[in-house]
Write a protein that binds this ligand. Sequence first.
Ligand SMILES: C/C(=C\COP(=O)(O)OP(=O)(O)O)CCC[C@H](C)CCC[C@H](C)CCCC(C)C
Ligand SMILES: O=C(O)C1=CC(=O)c2ccccc2C1=O
Length: 305
Amino acid sequence: MQSDTVKRVIEANSKDRFRLWWAAIKLPMYSVAVMPIWLGSAIAWRQTGHLQLLPFGLFLSAAVLILVWLNLSNDVFDAETGIDRHKYHSVVNLTGKKEVIFGLSNLCLGLGLVAIMAISWWQQDATVFVMVLLCCALGYSYQGPPFRLGYLGLGEPICFVCFGPLAIAAAYYSQTQTWSSSILPVAVLNGLTTTLILFCSHFHQVADDIAAGKRSPVVRLGTARSAQFVYGGCIVFYAWLVASVVWLEVPWPTLLALSSLPWAIYLCQRLHHFHAVPEQIKESKFIAVQLHFWSSLLLGLGYVL
Ligand SMILES: C/C(=C\COP(=O)(O)OP(=O)(O)O)CCC[C@H](C)CCC[C@H](C)CCCC(C)C
Ligand SMILES: O=C(O)C1=CC(=O)c2ccccc2C1=O
């Protein structure tokens, strides 16, 4: 149900409506779906010398569809708890059609899983399907009833495991049908930056989260300590990258990913100055998306070059 304020904002002029829909779609966020597939396939390509286009294309499409499901169903479940009542760019608030959006989200999930099933059928091996199904189950547990683990502050570990080891191992397996511990350094790096995005998404929502009883990590730690946590996370990321090249046989061209450093510095500085000013840091998750995009793109290039 739309509150009066949401209705008034949504009935605003067409330029504002465009802006709200653009924010609702969150296009840049879709790099989080693409990068695990890119990285798992890049590592496989370096080891086998070729890329299997069919599983690569199917996995990419499935990952995007699954992310559409995750985001649309997130808006539906958040509409049920009331936590999104000030989120004008929620697709449910914009359309006022919760059931339709729920149906659409489930259609995307179904299509995504069919694409993954096609990989497993082609390989006559259910491993990739089981791994992606596990990711989806964990994604559901983050936001859907009766679990809503995100409300307990457990979203970050789930996010790390899904977008790090699970998704990258599944993408690697879809190319090679084998396991390899060589994916682990990169899985940690991609898991870290994706989790950083989720962590940063909480800063500007603290008041609404407290009102709805959501104990996000930023609510638990407070915004000042959370900003320090982001700083620590960035240091761990770059230290792990360099250590992986020095000690874990990760190819040295992956150090190209160091050139994402300006995004990390910008993010840390913004959060340091404005951690408690929602208007100033509401875009911080998209700064983290830039950090994730460039670091993961260049890491993968480091394997392909
Ligand atoms: C939907 C997510 C965050 C939004 O959270 P929130 O409700 O706080 O924010 P807004 O309402 O303000 O937008 C992301 C949650 C991620 C989740 C913990 C893990 C999902 C796992 C995926 C299903 C994995 C897909 C992997 C793919 C590459 C196969
Ligand atoms: O809307 C958001 O805040 C997020 C959406 C999303 O799909 C995602 C995926 C992985 C990590 C973080 C996030 C978000 O924060």
